[in-house]
Design a protein around this ligand. Structure first.
Ligand code: ATP
Ligand code: MG
Length: 400
């Protein structure tokens, strides 16, 4: 027997035409990048499925460990290949079954015969193989609908392919297949989850973080870098832009009454982010806002914040409960980083009583006393851009 192939099934099967070919091309690229450490691996992509090949069992195992983190894969199966003869297929089928747990499991054989010259027809083959497996593993229980072990045999003219396991993929769409955006990343619990969900939807992004040293510490910056590193594991290189925000925040506190400083702060963040977005050829902005969570996240507040840009603002958490968000944050392992206790620029400068229904006219009026435009330009030009890269010793297992 030769365990040397992995069959990959795509998500989003309803995609058509150019979208489909873009999906497949991007998925191939992303799998290649995720598995770049595997030197013997080769790939073949078809319209509806993809094959990975390697002759090294340890590389096959490593691929099986990493593939569940790659978006765009619905499921995948390790496959054994053998000669397309009845004897070889029978022997290999037993080895494939022996590779997993059999005790008390339900079972069915499913044969696909692409080589019509094979001496037995599909029904005969199914019976022959089923009987053979049951004699070797009498503990298996035959079940036609939704068996736990589906022994799948595909016979082609030059080889037979046998599998019994289907492993769940991450679903979603390949990162980068739905354009590039800019994530406003605070270091809190929500925005990393927002980034993750957009990645799952095929969006790649740069991240932007507003820091107010010396009021916010180096550890707060480190925290954001660590979150970026963690998000990088889901398939994209993420550039991080750190914006010096202290002067602007001080000016806001001076010019704007305290119950509106939050609104103005967010409007300034949006304008800066929008310019960085333009300079980085990104199409949308992503935030971790969730309706009603805090004063700045009412519909009135969102209206006042949104007024400064016509760029699409993607808010994947808008309808989610905090508990649902925390669950995802834990699963993607950003939660423990997010709860490190370092002050965010907003916590430092923002008073506790923010208006839940800010009036745009008032906000504009107070902002008119200061040349914020110049300060925005300066903050954009003084940004520091890095790529907090993937840590080498990271484990990809149990990420999802
Ligand atoms: P988070 O958990 O993401 O910090 P939050 O519930 O604390 O969100 P807010 O502080 O109101 O909510 O922030 C709303 C959104 O604004 C954040 O999700 C993030 O996208 C953006 N944001 C807030 N502060 C910053 C910051 N310092 N740098 C970059 N983006 C920020
Ligand atoms: Mg926050």
């Amino acid at each position: 027997m030769n365990w040397n192939t992995i069959l990959i099934r795509y998500g989003e099967m309803s995609l058509k035409g150019k979208n489909k070919s873009k999906f497949v091309r991007k998925l191939k690229e992303n799998i290649k990048a995720a598995l770049q450490e595997l030197t013997t691996l080769t790939m073949r992509a078809e319209r509806d499925r993809m094959f990975l090949y390697t002759d090294r069992p340890e590389e096959l195992e490593r691929a099986i460990a990493i593939l569940p983190t790659v978006f765009g894969i619905q499921s995948f199966s390790p496959i054994a290949t053998c000669e397309p003869t009845l004897e070889a297929i029978k022997t290999t089928a037993l080895e494939v079954i022996a590779n997993g747990e059999t005790k008390g499991k339900t079972f069915k054989v499913d044969v696909k015969r692409t080589d019509k010259s094979f001496p037995l027809v599909t029904g005969e083959l199914q019976q022959e193989l089923g009987g053979h497996v049951l004699r070797a593993f009498p503990e298996l229980i035959v079940k036609m609908k939704k068996p736990e072990i589906l022994l799948h045999v595909e016979i082609q003219s030059n080889a037979a392919y046998i599998s019994s396991r289907s492993i769940k993929g991450a679903g979603g769409m390949p990162v980068g297949s739905n354009g590039h955006s800019l994530l406003l990343l605070s270091g809190g619990i929500d925005s990393p989850v927002a980034g993750y969900l957009m990645m799952k939807r095929g969006v790649s992004f740069d991240a932007i973080h507003f820091a107010s040293p010396p009021f916010t510490s180096d550890l707060a910056k480190q925290k954001v870098e660590d979150i970026v590193k963690q998000l990088t594991k889901f398939g994209a290189t993420i550039r991080l832009h750190i914006i010096p925000f202290t002067e602007l925040q001080q000016a806001i506190v001076q010019q704007v009454p305290s119950n509106l400083t939050m609104t103005t702060t967010r409007r300034m963040m949006m304008q800066i982010a929008d310019r960085v977005r333009e300079e980085t050829n990104a199409l949308g902005l992503i935030t971790g806002e969730s309706l009603g969570q805090v004063a700045s996240q009412t519909l009135e507040s969102l209206t006042a914040i949104n007024e400064v840009t016509s760029t699409p603002v993607l808010r994947p958490l808008i309808a989610m409960d905090k508990l649902e968000i925390i669950q995802i944050a834990e699963a993607i392992e950003t939660y423990s980083i997010s709860i490190r206790p370092y002050e965010d620029c907003c916590t430092v400068f923002t008073p506790s009583s923010s208006k839940t229904k800010p009036q745009v006219e008032k906000v504009r009026y107070y902002e008119s006393f200061q040349n914020f435009e110049e300060m925005i330009e300066e903050a954009v030009s003084k940004r520091i851009t890095t790529i907090p890269s993937k840590q080498k010793d990271d484990e990809f297992n149990d990420l999802l």
